[in-house]
Write a protein that binds this ligand. Structure first.
Ligand code: PMP
Ligand code: GLN
Length: 388
């Protein structure tokens, strides 16, 4: 064997995801895991039962159709009409994926040429960095800065070059909790049209908006034929392990993403696809109930963190809150998160890992609040020990 590294250069430095690392740390230390974002209570019982029924009745136990089962594609189209007034043809304009993660990967692999530039909000969700790299393209940050993490539209204008191919946008935004306003979305759409850019929108937290509203970019003028919208059942129905996601967009864009997707997994989550079709049709009370439940949890954890001495950036959406550790006399979020399980019995994620330049989010730490109130209360009590 030559001395050449085994891992190709595109993946150099990606290592193990921060979420896997932090969950392993929580398991090793027995600490409360507010790191990786997954609910500690499963979603609706009737949706679980729908999955069991599908499995027993032999629906989806063998390869489902590549684009997804028709029942789910139809339910996704109905959901887009019900919440956003958008019409999609379930046969040509909807694609089912293995979670939003596969949708992002397939979109990057399908739509990018080597050395294309992709502008994305920094801090980036970790898979964006990896998928842009796997596609051989280059990421260009549009940095969201504390305290309010609004996108700087002048900076976006300046970041666009003749090599820019695509905007990869996430709103509600993980990890900051920023939700694009209608005006911001409209300005971004205008820039995309003016520079003839493709746009991929990751909308997995679309139903977790506490302030303002979710505005799908694809609904804005000139965006219909240049936007790939991505979402997933993980957050909306609290089944993150099922990995059922979907893409909606124009037929040519969906066909392009489907081409790549066929060779990633071909298909997956067979019986769960039927269950998610039923989940999407749940009454409005499911969606508002989830949002109000998480709003209360956001407030519980945010207030608790404030009382423990952090500066808290209360999110407008998602189930993550970003806190600044400087009032505790600390500077380095990564060191803080490594020490936190020992000192307080809690796990969190250092936001610096989501920046090209870790200095960008050095003193910021992300806590997940999709946990039972008793767990959040205990976590808050323990966090009070840091300064004690
Ligand atoms: N995008 C964002 C912004 C996320 O936070 C997550 C993770 N939860 C995903 C994509 C991945 O979604 P899925 O679990 O459906 O693959
Ligand atoms: N999206 C989840 C988070 O931000 C993690 C998903 C994963 O572990 N890949 O915590």
């Amino acid at each position: 064997m030559t001395a050449r590294p085994l891992l190709n250069r595109r993946l150099d430095g990606l290592g193990t995801t921060i979420f896997a690392q932090m969950t392993a740390l929580a398991q090793r230390t027995g600490a409360i895991n507010l790191g990786q974002g997954f609910p500690d209570t499963d979603g609706p019982q009737e949706v679980r039962e729908a999955a069991v029924r599908a499995l027993r009745e032999g629906r989806g136990n063998q390869y489902p159709p590549g684009p997804g089962v028709p029942e789910l594609r139809t339910a996704v189209a109905e959901h887009q009409r019900r919440f956003y007034g958008l019409d999609f043809d379930p046969d040509t304009q909807v694609l089912v994926t293995m979670g939003a993660t596969e949708a992002v990967a397939a979109a990057m692999l399908a739509l990018l040429e080597r050395d294309d530039e992709v502008i994305a909000f920094e801090p980036y969700y970790d898979s964006y960095t990896a998928c842009i790299a796997m596609a051989g393209a280059r990421r260009v940050p549009l940095t969201l800065r504390a305290p309010d993490f609004r996108p700087d539209l002048d900076a976006l204008r300046e970041a666009i070059t003749p090599r820019t191919r695509l905007l990869l946008l996430n709103s509600p935004h993980n990890p900051t909790g920023m939700v694009l306003t209608r005006d911001e979305a409209a300005s971004i759409a205008e820039l995309a049209v003016a520079h003839d850019l493709l746009v991929v929108t990751d909308e997995v937290y679309e139903h977790l908006v506490f302030e303002g509203e979710h505005h799908p970019l694809i609904s804005l003028p000139g965006m219909r034929d240049r936007t790939v919208s991505i979402s997933s059942a993980g957050k909306t129905f609290s089944f993150t392990g099922w990995k059922v996601g979907w893409v909606t967009g124009s037929a040519p864009l969906v066909a392009a993403v489907r081409t790549a997707k066929q060779y990633l997994t071909f298909v997956g989550s067979g019986p769960f696809q039927y269950a998610v079709a039923e989940a999407l049709r749940l009454p409005d009370s499911h969606y508002t109930g989830l949002r109000e439940d998480l709003r209360a949890k956001r407030d519980l954890l945010s207030t608790g963190l404030e009382q423990a001495g952090f500066t808290v950036h209360r999110p407008q959406g998602t189930y993550f809150v970003t806190a600044d550790i400087r009032p505790l006399g600390e500077e380095d979020g990564a060191a803080f998160c490594l020490a936190l399980p020992q000192r307080c019995g809690v796990v969190a994620v250092p936001t610096s890992v989501f920046y090209d330049d870790p200095e960008g989010g050095r003193s910021l730490v992300r806590f997940a609040f999709c946990k039972q109130d008793s767990v959040l209360n205990e976590a808050v009590k323990r966090l009070g020990r840091w300064g004690a």
